[in-house]
Design a protein around this ligand. Structure first.
Ligand code: NAD
Length: 363
C-alpha cells in the first residue's frame, strides 16, 4: 500500500491534475497497485482558505505520504499578498520541510515533436536525458551572504559551499538513477577554478566505486553548456550542484521546445518525492480547458517509477502518451506542425481521454 498526497494548486493546476488523477486511477485499478490518494489545498488556494499557502494539515499529509503530486501554484492575484504568504513561498517551504534535496529534471523529446525544438530535428529527436540537480545547498544557500560596505565600496557576496555528506547523498541518488537508465553518469563541475568543485569531484569518484556498472565521466560546466546545444543526445544522466543545475536544466528543457510536456521530481534521501510539471500555473489560459495535461501525466509516471517502485505502470503511461502523439493529437502549445493534415488539436479533457483509451487498448 502507498499513499499519495494530491495538491492541485492554482490556475491550470486543478485542470491538469484532474486528468493526471484519471490516469493514475486507471493504472491503479487495472494493475492493482494499492495506491490511495488524499487531496489537499496548497498555494494560493490554501492562502484563500486558511491564510497560509502551506497549512499544517497539508504539510502533515505530505509528511505522512509516500509521494506528492503537485499541479502548480501562484498567480497575479497573490502578488499583493505578504511576501512570506505568497504561494511560491509555500512551495519553497514544503521542499525545505521535506528535505527534498535531489531535483530530477528529464529533458526528453518524443520524436513526433522534434520540430518544436529550436535545434535541428535530427540533433534532438528521441532526446532522453536526466539532469539531477542538488536543490538545498550550494551557492543559493551558503553563508555568509549579503551586501555590505567594504573599504567604502558597496559589495555583494555569496558563498558556494558543499559538505562531503551533501555531495555524497546527491551522488548516490544520481548513480541509483543511472542504474535504472542507461548506466552513464556525467558529473558537471568547475574543478579547474573552484575548491568546492575539487571536493565535489573527489566525493563523486569515491561514491562511483560502489557502482562499477555505471560509466562515470566529468565535464566543466562551461563545456556542458556547449555540449547541451551541440550534441545533447550524448548524455544519459547528468549530476551537478544547485546553480549549475538551475541553468543547465532550463537550457535542456528548452531544447525540447515544449514546456507543457516536461515533468520533474524532487526527492529526499529515502526516495519520497514531490512530482510536478516544470511549468507554472499559466494564469493566461486558466479556466479555458486548453492546458496541456501531459507534463502532469508524465509526472505521475515519474512518481510510479522513482518513489513507488512501479516501473511497469510507468512504462504503460509513457507508452500511452507516445501513442497519442503518434496518432497526431496535440494540445495547442505543441501544435507547431498543425498545418500537416494528420494533426488534430485537442483540449485538456480530450487529451486525457486519449491517454486513457491508449492505456485501455494496450492492456
Ligand atoms: P508558466 O509556466 O505558468 O507559463 C508560461 C507560458 O507557458 C504561458 O504562456 C502559459 O500559458 C504556457 N503554459 C504553461 N504551462 C502550460 C500547459 N500545461 N499547457 C499549455 N500552455 C502552458 O509561467 P509564468 O507565466 O511565468 O508563471 C505563472 C505563475 O506560475 C506565476 O505565479 C509563477 O510564480 C508560477 N509558477 C509556479 C511554478 C510551480 O508551481 N512550480 C513554477 C513556475 C511558475
Amino acid at each position: 500500500m502507498s499513499t499519495v498526497t494530491i495538491l492541485p494548486g492554482d490556475g491550470i493546476g486543478p485542470e491538469i491534475v484532474h486528468q493526471a488523477m484519471r490516469v493514475l486511477d486507471a493504472v491503479n485499478t487495472s494493475m492493482n497497485l494499492g495506491i490511495t490518494t488524499e487531496e489537499h489545498v496548497f498555494g494560493g488556494a490554501a492562502y484563500d482558505k486558511h491564510g497560509d499557502p502551506l497549512p499544517d494539515v497539508t504539510l502533515n499529509a505530505c509528511r505522512n505520504s509516500d509521494a506528492i503530486l503537485l499541479g502548480a501554484v501562484g498567480g497575479p492575484v497573490y502578488d499583493k499578498a505578504p511576501r512570506d504568504l505568497r504561494p511560491e513561498r509555500g512551495l519553497l517551504r514544503l521542499r525545505a520541510e521535506l528535505d527534498l534535496f535531489a531535483n530530477l529534471r528529464p529533458a526528453m523529446l518524443f520524436p513526433e515533436l522534434a520540430d518544436a525544438s529550436s535545434l535541428k530535428a535530427e540533433l534532438v529527436a528521441g532526446l532522453d536525458m536526466m539532469i539531477v540537480r542538488e536543490l538545498t545547498s550550494g551557492l543559493y544557500f551558503g553563508q555568509p551572504r549579503g551586501i555590505e560596505i567594504r573599504d567604502g565600496v558597496r559589495t555583494g557576496f555569496n558563498t558556494m559551499v558543499y559538505s562531503e555528506p551533501e555531495i555524497e547523498r546527491i551522488a548516490i541518488r544520481a548513480f541509483e538513477i543511472a542504474m535504472q537508465r542507461g548506466k552513464r553518469l556525467c558529473s558537471v563541475d568547475k574543478m579547474n577554478v573552484l575548491e568546492v568543485s575539487e571536493l565535489w569531484r573527489e566525493v563523486v569518484e569515491r561514491v562511483g566505486q560502489s557502482y562499477p556498472e555505471v560509466e562515470l565521466s566529468h565535464m566543466y560546466v562551461d563545456n556542458a553548456a556547449m555540449q547541451l546545444v551541440r550534441a545533447p543526445k550524448q548524455f544519459d544522466v547528468m549530476v551537478t550542484g544547485n546553480i549549475f543545475g538551475d541553468i543547465l536544466s532550463d537550457a535542456a528543457a528548452m531544447l525540447t521546445g515544449s514546456i507543457g510536456m516536461l515533468p520533474s521530481a524532487s526527492l529526499d534521501s529515502e526516495g519520497k518525492g514531490m512530482y510536478e510539471p516544470i511549468h507554472g500555473s499559466a494564469p493566461d489560459i486558466a479556466g479555458q480547458g486548453i492546458a496541456n495535461p501531459l507534463a502532469t501525466i508524465l509526472s505521475v509516471s515519474m512518481m510510479l517509477r522513482y518513489s513507488l517502485n512501479k516501473a511497469a505502470a510507468a512504462d504503460a503511461i509513457d507508452a500511452a502518451v507516445s501513442k497519442v502523439l503518434k496518432d497526431g493529437l496535440r494540445c495547442k502549445d505543441i501544435a507547431n506542425d498543425a498545418a500537416a493534415n494528420e494533426i488534430k488539436i485537442v483540449n485538456t479533457d480530450e487529451m486525457g481521454n486519449a491517454v486513457l483509451s491508449a492505456l485501455n487498448n494496450a492492456s
